[in-house]
Design a protein around this ligand. Structure first.
Ligand code: ZN
Length: 320
């Protein structure tokens, strides 16, 4: 079998209810950079917002589909049930205090695979974790936001996946996606993309026999892995097919190219290219400053934006 072209996580995409509350939590309280405001390319009636480091480096990106009338979802098997962001050693106390001061119900510090972490819900109940990895975090994070540079969230460290069919998920992770199991503890198995960096961990939980998750506000829609380019994406598609999983055709998401598949444990997953990146339609220093639309929607800009709620940006201005 060929070596895996997957080098780690690209992004996690979730549902939210209120675009402003979601933005204020991730860009304000957590201090990620809002790097793109566009619409869901498959349903332009809703925003698609992206939070990340300064430039939107794959592996730092968390994105949302905010749907004003969304019913609350139920976090459970068949979904990514937690997303963990890494901070440098010594950062957890700062984050506990900051979150508690804003009324967020934050856990005590606990340990997992030698890492120290805290967990808390976002405004829609999605579980976010902040981790001090045992192997110290080296990524820079975004230093232009409200958080002191020593404490900024550096990027995704790991996601937790609760599978409805753990054995099939295990097989797909290893044979189809090229991950290797590196640790097991308390019913949790940790997998790493071969040759992957600090953003390449997937923790697998056996969720069989538990009540299945239901999509809605506060739940993850999909997890995207990353590959270098179109050729690597083709290899990933071939490898998945050989493991018995078919993907969609390649879809142009403007900022990357994507293929999607339904993982046997219930979740939608994606494989996205690293490029071309988020600076194709606005300069790096102005990312997230305006509503960006794909070319095929540009001539309907006014009717598209008329259906979207107002969004006040970190600068205080309303999204132009
Ligand atoms: Zn995606």
């Amino acid at each position: 079998m060929t070596s895996t072209p997957i080098t780690g996580i690209h992004h996690v995409t979730a549902f939210a209810k209120d675009v402003q509350a979601n933005h204020d939590f991730y860009a304000g309280l957590l201090g990620l950079r809002l790097i793109k405001v566009t619409i869901n390319f498959d349903d332009p009636s809703m925003y698609h917002t992206y939070f990340a480091d300064y430039s939107g480096t794959p592996g730092t990106v968390l994105t949302f589909f905010p749907i004003p009338n969304a019913a609350p979802g139920r976090v459970g098997p068949g979904q990514i049930t937690a997303t963990a962001y890494a901070v440098p050693t010594g950062g957890l106390t700062f984050w506990q205090d900051r979150l508690a001061a804003e009324g967020v119900s934050v856990s005590e510090v606990f340990e997992r695979f030698g890492d120290r972490l805290i967990a808390f819900p976002d405004p829609d109940g999605m579980v976010v974790e902040i981790v001090e990895p045992a192997e110290p975090e080296q990524r820079a994070g975004w230093t232009g936001g409200p958080i002191s540079p020593e404490f900024t969230l550096r990027g995704i460290h790991a996601v937790t996946y609760s599978s409805l069919h753990a054995e099939a998920s295990r097989r797909l992770l290893v044979e189809g996606l090229g991950f290797e199991m590196i640790a097991a503890e308390g019913g949790r198995e940790r997998y790493r993309a071969a040759g992957g960096g600090p953003d390449s961990l997937v923790d697998l939980l056996d969720g069989s026999g538990q009540r299945e998750g239901r999509m809605g506000a506060g739940t993850v829609h999909h997890l995207a892995f990353r590959v270098a380019d179109a050729a690597a994406q083709g290899s990933a598609m071939d490898r998945l097919r050989a493991a018995g999983t078919l993907t969609t055709e390649v879809k142009n998401r403007d900022y990357f190219r994507s293929i999607y598949f339904r993982e046997p444990g219930g979740s939608v997953m994606e494989i996205a290219t690293e490029g071309p990146g988020f600076a194709i339609d606005e300069p790096l220093e102005e990312l997230g400053g305006r509503l960006c639309l794909p070319g095929w929607l540009e001539d309907r800009r006014e009717s598209v934006r008329a259906r979207l709620p107002e969004l006040r940006l970190p600068s205080g201005v309303v999204l132009p």
